[in-house]
Design a protein. Structure first.
Length: 200
DNA sequence: TCTAGGATCGGCT
DNA sequence: GCCGATCCTAGAT
């Protein structure tokens, strides 16, 4: 399944965050688990623009143990817990000292569907297996343990890959971000990007 | 130390 | 559509 794909290099992430977010759509997020490889094609992401973004954990230059990963190297995973229950997977962008990241909001399972279903529950419809940040982490068994993992290195167990598929501009919807009403006007910034069509 | 609140989800009405 | 679960994080004291 992943034989004809290539892992995105660090350079991919060392660009403006909104640009990286748009380019992540249609890419493949793969995770090696004891039971086998699990992969989803990304169809929804949100950009968080660091110190100047009131919705971002690092707004105003906040640097805490939790956000330390965001301050580091681009291409690493930033994983945190929300509502005491759900994990959220982010990808660090730009570079060291620039704490920006992209929240992976959802994807469509394309490999290891049975494994995902086993983790998510047998009764869950295939479209709903990974169509939210918390669900996606559950589907791929991503937890705080994975915070800081290098997504450019296969040995980390989690990678983002491309199979050459490109997403046309008219297939990308730009929407306000979810659940950040507290951020004032920034809540309306069109940094949530979603595929409006279903790719293969 | 204490406390308020959260980048969500799923069950129930 | 509403609401509770659940616990970590960050800022205040």
């Amino acid at each position: 399944m992943l034989a004809e794909t290539t892992v995105l290099s660090r350079g991919f992430y060392q660009r403006p965050t909104a640009e990286v977010a748009r380019d992540l759509l249609g890419k493949i997020l793969a995770r090696r688990t004891p039971g086998g490889v699990v992969a989803v094609r990304l169809d929804e992401v949100e950009a968080y623009l660091g110190a100047d973004d009131p919705a971002c954990h690092t707004f105003g230059g906040r640097r805490t143990p939790r956000t330390e990963t965001m301050w580091g190297e681009a291409g690493r995973a930033y994983v945190y817990l929300v509502y005491g229950i759900h994990h959220c997977l982010n990808v660090v962008t730009v570079g060291e000292g620039v704490p920006e990241a992209i929240l992976i909001r959802g994807g469509r399972p394309i490999a290891g569907v049975d494994l995902i279903r086993r983790r998510r529950g047998a009764g869950v419809g295939s479209a709903a297996l990974a169509d939210g940040p918390g669900k996606l982490c559950q589907a791929l068994a991503v937890t705080r343990q994975d915070d800081g993992v290098d997504l450019c290195e296969s040995k980390g167990g989690i990678t983002i890959r491309t199979d050459g598929l490109t997403v046309p501009e008219d297939a990308v919807q730009r929407l306000p971000r979810v659940g950040v009403d507290y951020a004032g006007e920034a809540a309306d910034w069109p940094l949530r990007m979603r595929l409006s069509v279903r790719l293969r």
